[in-house]
Ligand binder design. Sequence first.
Ligand code: MN
Length: 501
Amino acid sequence: MITRDKLNELSVWFLTGSQHLYGPEVIDQVYEDAQKIVAGLNDSGAIPVKLVAKPVLTTAQAISSMFAEAAASPDCAGIVTWMHTFSPSQMWLPALGKLSVPMLHLHTQYNQTIPWDTIDMDFMNLNQSAHGGREFGFAATRLEVNRKVLVGHWSEKQIQADIADWCRVALARLDAEHGRIARFGDNMRQVAVTEGNKVSARIAFGYSVEGFGVGDLVAYMNEVSDADTNRLVAEYEDLYDVAPELTQSGARHESLRYAAKQEIAIRAFLEAGGFTAFTTTFEDLHGLSQLPGLAPQRLMAAGYGFSGEGDWKTAAFLRASKVMAMGKPGGTTFMEDYTYNFAGADSTVLGAHMLEICPSIASGKPKIQIHPLGIGGKDDPVRFVFNGRPGRARNATIIDLGDRFRMVVNEVEAVAPPHDMPKLPVARVLWKPLPDLRVAAGGWIHAGGAHHTVYSDQVSLEQFLDFASLHDMEALVIDEHSTMHSVQNELRWNAAYFRLR
Ligand code: MN
């Protein structure tokens, strides 16, 4: 599984194009400049993976071999292409036609500014990115190659952040390709949107969805030692604001120990199987006395994908989002639109779930509490309770339309709740959807968007769209520019495009 501390074991290859016309000195210079750019980007500290400068490419055979090598390399998440000079792109066509890894075309040049006093034709011949990049772009467009194009000088903070974000998307694709989703129990009864075609998902994203009986998890629960439980309970008391009744001297301490055992057992189960995400369902808890609440919350914070009610698509999407978020400030969580506060143009949505919201979005120190669940007929579950951080964020969902997957993203402005909610014992976040609730919810419903989402103030809109693009997936954005008319038209146009194709 891709983890933050192992990102330096993964790479993105930096491929520089040129041609023999210029002679060996120029090619040497091109390679030297490419190495300096790569060193500059690696030293910036912005790029989450290792960028690797590969030898300058000047023939069709070398380009095809390099692309094949990148595709076969298990630690190569993608390639960056850059044309320092002009590189006649007929020689790129065979390789581009078979491209099977994410590609970022970085349209930059070695020098930032024109050396006005000394510029001569030698300089012009060496620094031709402005038209070399266009020649390369034509070849990629001619072949309808799916790729990202970024324009800007490589030393600029913004372009470095953009390259970094794209690398994270490429990592999310690599992670999904080998992803494994464990489901404890099946879908919650008769829910439609959380279902979907697992074979289509395997083809589109690569991950497998594997079902287990809750008894398989109970077997892990039975193996959890008291020593490990003690250690984790101490960690809870150290990191969070634990309710007095749950502490060691409290009357309900056993419930906290049970939640800790669930976390240890689920983590061990996921690690043993190489799983990157999981689902639970409150309808299927045979042999478990509490619905796992704190455990999924803690495991989401550790980077695992999760969804309730057997919703494997959202669990897999949350895992991808956790990878896209790696090393960025903010948080990313499983979410559900729960209830509204109608107030005209300022209407807001209270997002929450029965229990399972990731504390990475918490404002302040999360509380650990125990309360009745109200449904399911089991013991009261332990859970984190907190308010989400205010600020710009977004909700994203992936649904299965039968012939394709569709992503829907809604930009939101999270706000501090105007009142305390002393009797609401779950983690929650209040947001104003953009442009307003009327268009945001209306458009979302027309798009068939799910009630389960990935909520993030960490993954950018551009990253979500790049993830959709990498998987050739339809993507609809509802933001401050949207109207009901624009959303409905976009849905019609998208339907025409995807069906004609
Ligand atoms: Mn739900």
